[in-house]
Design a protein around this ligand. Structure first.
Ligand code: SAH
Length: 378
């Protein structure tokens, strides 16, 4: 992997090892963690593990000469390493980040300085569609104050005419979360459209979306295949994001009901169902655990439950609710093998045995591994 800042940048594990060695390492770790529950199948790696990411986050700072720079934190620090050409990000993201920086410099925008609580720009998140024809730019600022935002948008869209929208996300808090809770559209749209497994999906700036669109179809196909859908089942899609797994399942199921905590994402999911004419799919906003308990109380009896929780995994109460509903199959999509192992033990105690597990490399050259696990009622 060619990268001029690999030594300093903390964004990935860098080129210290070949991709093949990375994959072998991940497979070994997954077997060590999950092998006691079920057979772990070979990891699905990428043929070309570069320029796969569809989302880029850069942080703004000042260099020694006082010039605005943007890049990625050096490993374990808050020192920004300028990154111009990240080999893991899609080319359009690199070009868009460069255009954002050039436009910001031209408009004399200042970086936010954490220590002093002064300045304007904290981070810039850019997302693009799989075809790399459109990009959505989200600028994170500490307050709603953004003097010169019109000029900035004008300059940015002149330099990067593929930008379809510029959003300001307001994050006054000094936490590791990049995005704030509130946002404002500065120019154009506040969402991006993408195509995945033949369906169209709109995603708002604040919604979760899988970051590796070349591997996402393989991840979802694995999950759908594990579920053994036959066109008749009632399927639950918990932690559904913008409804991607549920809507891919809907074409092979009787009905799909999904739940998602993030309001924007839940709204996207409902709109995506309409967009794809999926009359058998419904999506709700709420906490997955509470919603599952509610479904169990109402006597809902799905045949298949998909769950795709964030890194923290799911909850013992969620698992108890699954037990109460008694689906034949549970398909667990996990981005954190540690919490997956913990939850598999709870599922086993609730009568759900892990049958097989398939790791999928969604994040080449990083320490993260995704896995799909099939559980069946004993
Ligand atoms: N299945 C989707 C999203 C997976 S990411 C996809 O493949 O794209 C996990 C999702 O869980 C995120 O959208 C996040 O907003 C949501 N989430 C986090 N905590 C939640 C909770 N307590 N209840 C429901 N959804 C939650």
């Amino acid at each position: 992997m060619e990268c001029s800042v690999a030594r300093q940048c903390g964004g990935c594990l860098g080129p210290r090892r070949s991709y093949r060695e990375h994959l072998a390492q991940k497979e070994k770790e997954m077997t060590a963690l999950l092998g006691r529950f079920c057979p772990v199948e070979p990891i699905l790696g990428m043929e070309d593990p570069y320029h796969y990411r569809n989302k880029s986050i850069a942080t703004f700072a000042q260099d020694r000469a006082g010039k605005l720079v943007s890049g990625i934190y050096a490993q374990g620090t808050h020192r920004v390493i300028p990154v111009e050409d990240c080999p893991l990000q899609m080319e359009l993201l690199n070009r868009t980040q460069a255009a954002v920086l050039a436009a910001a410099r031209r408009c004399r925008l200042t970086p936010y300085q954490e220590d002093r609580g002064q300045g304007l720009l904290r981070h810039c998140m850019v997302r693009c569609d799989t075809a790399q024809t459109q990009a959505l730019v989200t600028l994170v600022t500490p307050s709603a104050y953004f003097p010169g935002s019109r000029n900035f948008c004008k300059e940015l869209t002149r330099l990067a005419p593929w930008v379809v929208g510029v959003v300001q996300s307001i994050n006054p808090r000094a936490t590791s979360a990049v995005l704030g809770k509130t946002g404002k559209t500065l120019w154009g749209k506040d969402f991006l459209l993408d195509t995945l497994l033949g369906q169209k999906f709109a995603l708002s700036w604040a919604s979760f979306y899988q970051v590796n669109p070349r591997q996402t179809p393989r991840l979802y196909e694995t999950a759908l295949d594990f579920a053994g859908l036959d066109g008749t089942q009632t399927v639950l899609d918990a932690y559904c994001g913008i409804g991607t797994i549920g809507l891919c399942a809907a074409v092979r199921a009787g009905q799909v009901i999904g739940v998602e905590l993030n309001q924007a994402a839940a709204r996207d999911a409902a709109a995506n169902a309409r967009r794809n004419g999926a009359e058998n799919a419904r999506f709700f906003q709420g906490d997955a655990t509470e919603w599952m308990e509610e479904q169990a109380r109402r006597g809902q009896s799905p045949q298949v439950v998909f769950l795709d929780p964030p890194r923290a995994g799911t909850t013992p109460r969620f698992i108890q609710a699954v037990k109460a509903m008694g689906p034949e199959k549970v398909v667990y999509v996990s981005c954190n093998p540690q919490t997956l192992a913990r939850d598999l033990a709870d599922f086993a105690a609730a009568g759900y045995k892990a049958v097989k597990c398939r790791p999928v490399d969604m994040f080449p050259f990083t320490a993260h591994t995704e896995a799909v696990c099939l559980l069946e009622r004993r």
